[in-house]
Design a protein around this ligand. Structure first.
Ligand code: SF4
Length: 246
């Protein structure tokens, strides 16, 4: 069937959303990445815990912010506000000052509102359901999924710009302009997640996108996925056409 992507975008989206990766291809992809992760995952303090409040704070601070910048603020933040109850009674201005080096001032107000709701509505317990988390101020789909997978061990795949880039390049997918709202990419992120250990899988994709499949300078010659990567095989002189997904 011929269609024009620009005109028939709903059809294009439907077709792409419903494409499923071949089982053998998927196993190969997962195996390579899991093996890469054994020696390459980055170590951050929020990755050494699955305590829900700590994870929630980390995910708030990490929104659109470089992880290395977050480390000292995260540790100081938890020292000063070790519980959600203490956070709920903090002045927004004090939170804003503490988070100032990270920018995005609106986060302080949203974090304060979220803490108040968790204390008032959920008796200080971070909700475990995706629907409830999504209702909290400042918590979108990515942050919700990150909390569900890292704090509660749920099989919740994530999609951020790093993950989107890997999916687009490796599988030759064309995602929408706003990756975080692209159904095609969310569907693919869910389709490729393993059945277990999705929290570790999420970290693997995040780090692989940050270290190997980077935006400006992807390390294709060293990449364990290059053999079957659509983007690499389409762009590299080292590989002739016709070898995609062989
Ligand atoms: S081969 Fe290059 S483009 Fe493909 S996944 Fe690896 S780093 Fe990314």
């Amino acid at each position: 069937m011929k269609y024009n992507k620009e005109v028939d975008y709903p059809l294009f989206e439907y077709l792409q959303t419903n494409v499923r990766v071949e089982s053998a291809e998927l196993k190969w992809f997962q195996k390579r990445l899991i093996s890469w992760a054994e020696n390459n995952l980055r170590d951050y303090p929020w990755r050494r815990t699955c305590e829900p409040y700590s994870i929630l704070i980390a995910e708030f601070l990490l929104q659109r912010t470089d992880a290395d910048k977050v480390v000292p603020i995260y540790e100081f933040f938890l020292e000063r506000y070790p519980t959600v109850e203490k956070l709920a009674i903090a002045e927004v201005e004090a939170l804003a000052q503490l988070m100032k080096p990270l920018g995005l001032f609106f986060r302080a107000e949203r974090l304060s509102q979220t803490a108040k709701i968790i204390v008032g509505k959920y008796r200080g317990k971070i909700p475990e359901s995706e629907a409830e988390l999504m209702m909290l101020p400042g918590i979108g789909k990515y942050t919700t999924r990150a909390i569900c997978s890292q704090a509660f061990g749920q099989a919740s795949a994530v999609l951020d710009t790093n993950v989107a880039r890997i999916l687009e390049r490796f599988f030759g997918i064309e995602g929408g302009r706003v990756k975080s709202r692209c159904k095609i990419l969310w569907s693919q992120a869910e389709a490729i997640a393993p059945d277990t250990e999705v929290g570790s899988w999420n970290l693997t994709l995040l780090d692989f996108g940050a270290i190997i499949c980077t935006e400006r300078n992807p390390q294709c010659p060293q990449c364990p996925l290059s053999q079957r990567c659509h983007w690499f095989n389409s762009n590299s002189n080292l590989n002739s056409a016709g070898k995609f997904f062989s």
